[in-house]
Design a protein around this ligand. Structure first.
Ligand code: APR
Ligand code: ZN
Ligand code: ZN
Length: 362
């Protein structure tokens, strides 16, 4: 039987979000209905609301979520009712060329639920944010979007691994391949940059240099594992990073802002043959000009990290285990927990840089 629950809807471009009754169908083949317990507020939700991603309004927002599987459709074997899961927005197919070449994080054919959730009063079909839509008491997803993890973790913490925190940790441990003894610089210390710092710490980096324009962010970065901080409004970050590395530059520089000027800083702040990882998301009009001779002459690798190059089935359970063992502190990413009707206010706080993450708890 289809069910009616509450969910946060973005009705149209730049309109305030509101809580509405939505209809969640029974799961079809390969699908699951999840009772959402927590869902973090991410910049991408705000971008959906602003019409910056697609114009397929109305959206059901929310995508950094954890909860309990309630029912599954035909053919679902990997998860069962009662399982505690983190939702992911890259349910890989296992059959495309990227999957077959052993690089499923580049999968070309990721799956979302086939059926649509609808608005109860108008019957309008909803577009779930990143194929998830989890600012809702229940949501319908593809079963492959559910990754089972140890239920001892708090749902608010677990949900964050579903997006921004995984993106940052993965930028360090998967894309950047940070290793024991490395020097890492992270430019931009919001939720994603702080997660890159925590990931670098986890990977055994010897020095972690945090760069931001806001001293408050640098203080938090220290608690995440940064050993040095640079306020780039007060000092040239490239010179500061060189000074801290005997004149060489960092082995790995992670750009977590998504702007040409910070990418350029990252490019010049790395050691010869070092790696630059772009995890900040640029806008379509942004352009970068670099002397090609510098690209050639400095060697190394220029990489981008999409969703932290993660494989949810491999990375989520491992990171939750490390958190439960006290080796990775994910609690610090939850600034506040809020109710489902407080998402609009949370967007404002996020916009002003007041929070790492507000998490809706259901
Ligand atoms: N130099 C250094 N830091 C900067 C600069 C700059 N020129 N401009 C902004 N920042 C800092 C901000 O002060 C803030 O601490 O970058 C940080 C950005 O953090 P958030 O706005 O909280 O964003 P976050 O969620 O961390 O995401 C960062 O990664 O996934 C992408 O879409 C996301 O592009 C975004 C980026
Ligand atoms: Zn695939
Ligand atoms: Zn997100």
């Amino acid at each position: 039987m289809a069910q009616e629950v509450r969910g946060v809807i973005a009705p149209g471009k730049d309109e305030p979000v509101r809580v509405e009754t939505i209809v969640v169908p029974d799961p079809g083949p390969g699908e699951a209905v999840v009772r959402v317990q927590a869902c973090g507020v991410c910049h991408t939700d705000l971008h959906y609301k602003q019409g910056g991603i697609t114009d397929e309004f109305p959206f059901l927002l929310g995508h950094e979520a954890a909860g309990v599987v309630e029912t599954v459709g035909d053919g679902v074997t990997d998860v069962a009712p009662g399982d505690f899961v983190i939702l992911n927005w890259r349910a890989v197919c296992g059959r495309c060329r990227a999957c077959l070449r052993g690089r499923p994080w580049y999968c070309f054919d990721t799956h979302n639920a086939e059926q649509k959730m609808t608005l109860a009063n108008t019957g309008q079909e909803l577009s779930p944010a990143l194929g998830i839509g989890a600012f809702a008491e229940k949501t319908l997803v593809a079963a492959g979007q559910c990754t089972k993890v140890d239920p001892a973790v708090s749902p608010a913490v677990a949900g964050l691994l579903g997006c921004g925190v995984m993106a940052g940790i993965g930028a360090a441990i998967n894309t950047g391949n940070v290793g024991r003894g490395d020097t890492v610089a992270v430019i931009g210390c919001g939720g994603v940059g702080d997660a890159a710092i925590a990931g670098s710490h986890l990977a055994g980096a010897a020095r972690i240099i945090a760069v931001d324009i806001d001293d408050r962010k640098l203080e938090t970065a220290r608690t995440m594992g940064a050993t040095h901080t640079v306020n780039s409004t007060k000092a040239d970050p490239v010179e500061a990073i060189r000074d801290l590395t005997g004149g060489f530059g960092a082995d790995v520089v992670i750009e977590a802002v998504g702007r040409p000027e910070t990418y350029q800083q990252a490019f010049y702040a790395r050691d010869l043959a070092g790696t630059v990882v772009l995890v900040g998301v640029p806008t379509p009009e942004m352009k970068l000009e670099l002397p090609l001779l510098d690209v050639f002459g400095r060697g190394g690798a220029l990489k981008s990290s999409w969703y932290g190059d993660c494989l949810p089935s491999r990375d989520f359970p491992m990171l939750i285990d490390l958190h439960l063992q006290g080796r990775l502190n994910l609690d610090a990413f939850v600034t506040e927990t809020i109710r489902i009707d407080e998402v609009e206010k949370a967007f404002e706080r996020m916009h002003h840089g007041d929070v790492l993450r507000s998490v809706v708890v259901l």
